[in-house]
Design a protein around this ligand. Structure first.
Ligand SMILES: Nc1ncnc2c1ncn2[C@@H]1O[C@H](COP(=O)(O)OP(=O)(O)OP(=O)(O)O)[C@@H](O)[C@H]1O
Ligand SMILES: Nc1nc2c(ncn2[C@@H]2O[C@H](COP(=O)(O)O)[C@@H](O)[C@H]2O)c(=O)[nH]1
Length: 208
């Protein structure tokens, strides 16, 4: 008698919305750049809109969509943003077309957001996962911020003050990753994403 092998079909995990947040200078951009170099992981980085001045080395349409305050206002009025927030002295927002682009390609979408944006995007995409990145210790953090050389003294004070508040919201996040060595941090972020795809709520076996 032949054994009756049950018929089953694997329903692969749908793309995941991943939010990377953390204090200024925690290393979000550095981790994203490392992830983009990894051949074994395909994702769509959501380029957000930003009203601040472009910094040396930044590329419009790659790092951000750099737009004027008037253009930003028009996008809000036309309901073209998933969310928008004032971050430090500028406005930042997630354009709907960027989210749609990634999800249409069936890729995970990765967003770099502050804590306000994380809360708002989680309301729109409740299955999104949120990861908070922190530097390994205060002195290393300060040195990294200073060496980056992108902020004036007053901007730096503003970012450090904001960080104190942001760190108190860490329990609202799904994961916390300490950014000591960049490769290890990137590996940890990738492991979190891989584990999330393996959740029984995402990958399913259909048995007949
Ligand atoms: N693991 C690391 N080891 C050494 N330097 C690092 C590491 N991670 C980040 N850095 C450096 O620290 C500085 C801040 O990192 P990065 O710009 O990626 O932070 P961020 O979280 O994106 O900041 P912001 O929110 O202000 O844009 C950069 O100069 C970066 O090269
Ligand atoms: N709520 C949102 N926050 C955003 C968005 N895009 C970026 N960000 C956050 O701003 C900080 C600061 O950016 P900086 O480039 O001026 O240093 C960044 O690290 C993110 O946390 C957004 O669309 N919405």
């Amino acid at each position: 008698m032949e054994a009756a092998v049950p018929f089953f079909k694997i329903k692969d995990s749908e793309p995941i919305v991943i939010i990377l947040s953390g204090t200024s200078g925690a290393g979000k951009d550095s981790v994203i750049k490392e992830l983009l170099k990894r051949d074994d992981y395909q994702f769509h980085f959501v380029v957000t809109c930003n009203t601040r001045k472009i910094r040396p080395g930044e590329v419009d349409g790659v790092d951000y969509h750099f737009i004027s305050r008037d253009q930003f206002q028009t996008m809000i009025e036309n309901e073209e943003m998933v969310e928008y927030s004032q971050v430090y002295d500028d406005y930042k927002g997630v354009p709907k077309f960027e989210m749609e682009k990634g999800l249409a390609d069936n890729h995970d979408v990765l967003l770099r957001l502050d804590i306000q944006g994380t809360e708002k995007v989680k309301k729109v995409y409740p299955d999104a996962i949120s990861i908070f990145i922190v530097p390994p210790d205060p002195q290393t953090w300060y040195d990294r911020l200073i060496n980056r050389g992108s902020d004036s003294e007053s901007e730096l004070c503003h970012r450090i003050e904001t960080a104190k508040y942001e760190m108190k919201t860490i329990p609202n996040f799904d994961y916390l990753v300490i950014n000591d060595d960049l490769q290890t941090t990137t590996d940890k972020v990738l492991s979190i994403i891989q584990a999330e795809h393996c959740r029984t709520t995402r990958t399913k076996i259909l048995v007949e």
